[in-house]
Write a protein that binds this ligand. Structure first.
Ligand SMILES: CC(C)(COP(=O)(O)OP(=O)(O)OC[C@H]1O[C@@H](n2cnc3c(N)ncnc32)[C@H](O)[C@@H]1OP(=O)(O)O)[C@@H](O)C(=O)NCCC(=O)NCCS
Length: 167
């Protein structure tokens, strides 16, 4: 019998499992293992996994990042900004077996509570994989961007959108 899947804070030994889920969820947006490890090292309080026993079946990674500034894909951040008013939800991904079972909403709400408690006023993200309606259901709205924002979105694909949820 396997344990029911539950969200919990990410641990250092989860990184390989996270990388495996990311590879299946974002085949067009490869990111190196050290990018995931670095985000965890910089901001563990924004990193969660959906664990089923010892297996990682999903993850969420978020960290403070300036509004309208999109981190380039597959790149190390170096350091986080001092301003913590905007948290950037870098990835939310579930193993295909785990989708459609209500696992996404609770972790997004948990992140929103954590961010609010730590003084953030909004969460931003880049929607890919045609996920705009999904994110709208979770309180995010597309932010009409300028040419600079549009250029930054290019590496995420033509259908990507920058979205924001006020907390
Ligand atoms: C996006 C993803 C995390 C959603 O997971 P999920 O298991 O389908 O989500 P849930 O079952 O928890 O659904 C959460 C809510 O969103 C709704 N929803 C799910 N997909 C939707 C869609 N395409 N359009 C509109 N609403 C959607 C659900 O109906 C549910 O609403 P409810 O809470 O009112 O019932 C999952 O499909 C995934 O890992 N995809 C690959 C990675 C990815 O694309 N991540 C997001 C890109 S930025």
């Amino acid at each position: 019998m396997t344990a029911a899947a539950q969200w919990r804070p990410m641990r250092a030994d989860d990184v390989d499992g996270v990388v495996a889920v990311a590879a299946s969820a974002f085949p067009d947006h490869f990111e190196r293992r050290d990018c995931f490890a670095e985000r965890f090292a910089l901001f563990a309080q924004g990193c969660f996994v959906l664990a089923e026993g010892d297996a990682v079946k999903g993850y969420l990674i978020a960290y403070p990042w300036p509004l309208g500034a999109i981190p380039p894909l597959n790149s190390l951040l170096g350091a986080l900004p001092e301003a913590r008013d905007t948290w950037y939800l870098h990835d939310l991904a579930l193993h295909p077996d785990m989708r459609g079972q209500g696992h996404a909403r609770p972790i997004v709400e948990r992140l929103a509570s954590e961010a609010r408690a730590q003084g953030a006023v909004r969460i931003a993200l880049v929607s890919v994989n045609d996920s705009v309606p999904f994110w709208q259901g979770l309180g995010f709205e597309p932010l009409a961007g300028d040419a600079t924002l549009a250029r930054k979105l290019e590496s995420y694909g033509a259908a990507s959108r920058y979205m924001v949820r006020a907390l």
